[in-house]
Design a protein around this ligand. Structure first.
Ligand code: PLP
Length: 391
């Protein structure tokens, strides 16, 4: 009896580990076209290779990043591992250059797994006074000739926005590829591939999921050769996302624009409240004219917003006074703003910078805040009342 098609508007969760290939001829066809992106869905082979539910979610992300392809992985870290590892060509590998103000996990991954375990020639480029000097960047790229340059559009936790278009231009001039981690900016603020980046990665755990309930990552690109290399790497390292997670991510991405716009509005509101309070020392938010890369951010993002992250510290003449402001604030917002080490969640969350980064950042008492998409007025009341109560 012929199976009836179900008139569903969405791709269901295909939990099959392996797919029915019917006969030897079909099996040969499936395996011989394994890396073919145009393969028909009835030739799915094995879910670790490719899965229809995952492909449906990937197509949604391709629309957002305006990319030719997207590959979902089980975490942001596995997306990063995939994106960089496809440039590893044994002893022929040229140096890899990472901007220093990027996600701490990426830095540790580069210093331990890439440098110590794999013996790769890893370099780091640091800003001076919270700004990257692009003249010295050019001279480093010229002498190092790196295989790729790894950047983030909004850094963590100082929220530095480098002049990414100039950086991409310099990298391309010397034959280096560009990998951009676009987690903080999201494609709603910037689409790196349209500006000449070669690969874009996301921790989809953050804004793409937006509900703090999925761990996932994604790599996007336009180059078919890089796609095949990434597909192969994901397949043989087992970095593949599950169909269940891809299904939920697909659903949650539908509201990205609604959520992220509100998060930018809430972050902007919080940044201006904090900037006007005598209880606060310094505020880092790229929209503020005082932010060291305000001009770069305005040029890149235009009127689209400045992201959902705000970093700030507390007033005080001594480190103890600043930490006391921080600790009071954490206590005063308890139950409304939680201390969760993530970002992009529905509710506003905070993270004490010193507890995570130690002495890397000089201001004790710094808090990194990820604005949620809760009611702006309620959030404002919570923050104002906490600031008023700090002694
Ligand atoms: N990239 C950025 C900018 C991040 O903030 C994170 C995690 O916080 C990652 C990558 C790693 O992502 P995941 O935790 O999903 O592995």
């Amino acid at each position: 009896m012929k199976k009836k098609a179900i008139n569903t508007s969405r791709t269901p969760v295909y939990r099959d580990a392996g797919f029915d290939l019917y006969n030897a001829e079909m099996a040969s066809e499936a395996f011989s076209r394994e890396n073919d992106p145009e393969r028909e869905p009835d030739l799915y082979i094995y879910s670790r290779y490719r899965n229809p539910t995952v492909v449906a979610a990937e197509e949604e992300i391709m629309k957002l990043e305006e990319s030719e392809w997207a590959l979902l992985t089980q975490s942001g870290m596995s997306a990063i591992d995939t994106a960089v590892s496809i440039f590893h060509r044994g002893r022929e590998t040229r140096p890899w250059l990472f901007f220093s103000e990027i996600y701490g996990g990426t830095i540790t991954f580069a210093e331990t797994i890439l440098k110590q375990h794999r013996g790769l020639d890893i370099h780091s480029f640091s800003p001076k006074d919270e700004k990257y000097d692009l003249l010295s960047f050019e001279s480093i790229v010229k002498s190092l000739q790196p295989e790729f340059v790894y950047i983030e559009a909004i850094s963590n936790p100082m929220l530095i926005v480098p002049d990414v278009r100039t950086i991409i231009g310099i990298a391309r001039k010397y034959g280096s590829k560009i990998i951009a981690d676009n987690t903080f900016a999201t494609p709603l603020l910037w689409k790196p591939l349209n500006d000449g980046a070669d690969l874009v990665i996301h921790s989809a755990t953050k804004y793409f999921s937006g509900h703090g309930n999925i761990t996932a990552g994604v790599i996007c690109g336009n180059d078919n050769y890089l796609m095949k290399a990434a597909l192969n790497y994901r397949k043989y390292t087992g970095h593949m996302i599950s169909a269940d997670d891809a299904y939920r991510l697909h659903d949650q991405i539908q509201t990205l624009e609604l959520r992220f716009n509100r998060q930018c509005i809430n972050a902007s509101m919080i940044a201006s409240l904090l900037a006007g309070s005598e209880k606060i020392g310094k505020v880092w938010y790229p929209e503020l004219a005082k932010h060291p890369t305000h001009n770069e951010a305005s040029m890149l993002f235009g009127d689209k917003g400045f992201g959902g992250m705000v970093t700030f510290d507390f007033a005080g003449d001594t480190p103890e006074q600043k930490r006391s402001g921080r600790d009071q604030f954490i206590r005063l917002v308890e139950g409304k703003i939680r201390l969760i080490p993530s970002l992009g969640d529905p509710k506003t969350i905070i993270l004490p910078v010193e507890s995570v980064w130690g002495v890397k950042y000089p201001e004790p008492g710094m808090l990194r805040l990820s604005a949620g998409f809760e009611n702006t007025g309620d959030l404002k009341d919570t923050i104002v009342s906490a600031l008023n109560s700090i002694v």
